[in-house]
Design a protein around this ligand. Structure first.
Ligand SMILES: Cc1cc2nc3c(=O)[nH]c(=O)nc-3n(C[C@H](O)[C@H](O)[C@H](O)COP(=O)(O)O)c2cc1C
Length: 270
């Protein structure tokens, strides 16, 4: 059975997960969602289809919502999703289930994976993430690997699995806050700035999933269509990109199992 996995990953957690799953399934294509976004309509004809992406503000990243709207399904027999997160998935996978239903597609299995490292957002940026940081990297990493084995065994055999959520209350609160957060995220790029360490290498432009950065007078300029994914911030080799004042002292971090070249690629052959 052929599998296609569509992924979106800014700091590498979701792509690391996608790579691990793909290597354990046979005959699997890994395709980058941002790189497909310039097509008007995309058709998938694999019988098994997966979606792997991060949780943003208790829901799906805007780019993943837009992608699902474009995707047409042919011959689909089994659909799974993995949402990587920092501890609060809320109703993200229910949101995906609803979006797929519009194309008469059933989400057979939906997994929440608490990933090993998270974007260090500024103090006043998104305080919820700070709270989630309290989980130590080591603990999370152990359970992450166990989770991987469980997920692979379920999707290998096309087993149904519950759509994982946090709790009824956090799903409700999350989905209420989500809509507002998405509007704020879009223009939150006004808080990015660049120091004179910038060598105008263009890496921020290439890594931006929304083509939301251009170079003007040898400095990146953000165009107000931001996912707030922090890919530009995390992958800048000079650490020249700042997010508000508080980011100055923050260490840049991304998943060590993923390279910059992989993040910007159209997809991976494993
Ligand atoms: C803007 C933003 C919002 C986030 N919101 C949530 C959230 O609501 N719940 C959560 O558990 N994690 C949240 N996270 C953490 C990410 O889901 C988590 O770090 C994820 O593994 C990142 O995936 P990636 O490395 O593939 O980009 C958020 C991260 C960012 C950048």
């Amino acid at each position: 059975m052929e599998t296609t996995i569509y992924y979106f990953s800014a700091t590498g957690n979701s792509l690391a997960m996608a790579k691990k799953i793909a290597t354990q399934l046979e005959n699997t294509k890994l395709l980058s969602i941002p790189k497909l976004m310039n097509q008007n309509e995309i058709t998938v004809s694999s019988s098994k289809v997966g979606f792997i992406f991060p949780v943003y503000a208790w829901g799906m990243p805007r780019i993943v919502v837009d992608f699902i709207e474009k995707l047409k399904f042919k011959n689909t027999e089994y659909v799974f999703a993995v949402a990587t997160n920092a501890g609060t998935i809320a109703g993200t996978l229910l949101q995906l289930q609803k979006a797929l239903k519009k194309s008469s597609i059933h989400l057979d299995a939906g997994f929440s994976v608490t990933a090993p490292n998270h974007t260090p957002l500024s103090e006043d940026g998104l305080t919820l993430i700070k709270f989630m940081h309290s989980i130590s990297g080591k603990q999370v990493y152990d359970s992450y690997n166990e989770r991987l084995l469980e997920i692979v065994s379920i999707i290998k055999d096309h087993q149904p699995h519950k759509i994982e959520t946090t709790s009824w209350l956090s799903n409700k609160i999350g989905s209420f806050l989500y809509k507002g957060a998405m509007k704020v995220f879009k223009v939150a790029d006004q808080d990015f700035s660049v120091t004179n360490k910038c060598t105008h290498c263009n890496k921020c432009i290439q890594v931006c999933p929304r083509n939301n950065i251009k170079m003007e007078k040898n400095k990146p300029v953000w165009l107000n269509n931001c996912e707030l994914c922090f890919a530009c911030f995390e992958w800048c080799p000079m650490e020249a990109i700042q997010y508000k004042e508080a980011s100055k002292d923050l260490k840049r971090s991304h998943n060590k199992e993923v390279t910059y070249e992989e993040i910007i690629s159209r997809g991976l052959d494993l």
